[in-house]
Design a protein around this ligand. Structure first.
Ligand SMILES: [Zn+2]
Length: 326
């Protein structure tokens, strides 16, 4: 995110439901500093390969690149975004999150703290603050506001729904937004989806066309950050499982869910929407979404996990790590 101010929309919530959605990000604590200057080939307490020279463009989705160019080409858009963020809305979001959540640290929910620090180390980025917030809506999001460290918020129901590895995939997804500098637009999108849009005077600032373009870009950015999740957990089934659970999981069904069947479902969605009518329905279904449909995200990450790009990243990191070990 541009270091001006930003927020990123959550990992979840496909619908632009102002009362529901995702997130924002503030600032981190000592967690991040712990990684500074520390060289490691493998993340502590896990066998994951770390990426010592990882650049955001190494894993950025092509649609993310394409839509970023389109967004920037709209005259005056950047000014509108900054004006939007300069309002009271961002302060409302920050205070609401910090004031009603539990801040994770070495001395508070240390297991979750470790997951975040480890994920940040693998992606070679600084760990933001992490808050756990009471909510029945499974969600996670990032928010960054001018002059403050970004923060990630995870809802309690998401913690209940996921395994620890899956939860780390979610944290890595949020770190992906930071690593990719998704910046100001992610913050605007988060504020929109988090409900601050209803604050008097703000709604009119964002025209419908801008909102559509913004969410088109955001859907592409989500695909990028699913890749960041895969880079950390290094098992596509973990990422797909998260998406499956967000689509229709609950704790009592967790041990019966089948990742392969969910991927098959994704392929059947493609087939069903390939006709002209299907294409129209699919387009209508997705144009108002801040996130791509879970099945499509699952298919995308499954395909990327088998791509030469992903394999090369892993091999190259392993080679560097080997040299560092010597
Ligand atoms: Zn996201």
């Amino acid at each position: 995110m541009a270091l001006i101010s930003f927020a990123s929309v959550s990992f979840t919530s496909p619908l632009i439901n102002k009362s529901q959605f995702c997130g924002s990000f503030p600032v981190g604590i000592g967690s991040a500093r712990k990684n500074r200057g520390v060289k490691f080939c493998r993340a502590a307490a896990s066998s994951a390969v770390v990426f010592p020279r990882l650049d955001a463009d190494d894993f950025r989705h092509p649609l993310d690149k394409q839509n970023t160019v389109l967004l920037r080409a709209i005259p005056g858009l950047n000014d509108i975004g900054k004006a939007f963020l300069g309002t009271i809305s961002e302060q409302v979001m920050v205070l609401e999150n910090i004031g009603t959540s539990v801040l994770v640290s070495e001395n508070q929910l240390s297991e979750l703290h470790h997951l975040m620090v480890e994920a940040a180390g693998i992606l070679k980025t600084e760990a933001p603050d992490l808050y756990i917030r009471q909510s029945p809506v499974p969600n996670a999001y990032t928010l960054a506001v001018s002059g403050r460290r970004p923060f990630v918020v995870v809802h309690t129901s998401l913690v209940e729904l996921l395994t620890r590895k899956e939860l780390q995939a979610v944290l890595a997804h949020e770190l992906g937004h930071l690593k990719c500098d998704h910046g100001v637009w992610l913050t605007v999108a988060n504020i929109l989806t988090l409900g601050a849009y209803s604050i008097p005077g703000l709604g009119g600032i964002i025209a419908q066309r801008l909102e559509e373009q913004l969410f088109r870009w955001l859907r592409a950015a989500e695909l990028t950050c699913d890749r960041a999740a895969l880079l950390v957990v290094q098992d596509p089934k973990v990422v797909v499982s998260v998406l499956m659970k967000l689509a229709g999981g609950c704790p009592s069904l967790a041990d019966q869910l089948n990742v392969d069947a969910f991927l098959e479902q994704a392929r059947s969605y493609d087939k069903a929407s390939s006709s002209p009518v299907g294409w129209y329905i699919r387009n209508a279904q997705t144009s108002q979404l801040s996130h791509p449909l879970p099945v499509l995200r699952a298919r995308e990450i499954d395909e990327w996990s088998r791509s030469q790009d992903y394999i090369s990243l892993l091999n190259s990191a392993a080679r560097i790590n080997g040299v560092q070990k010597v």
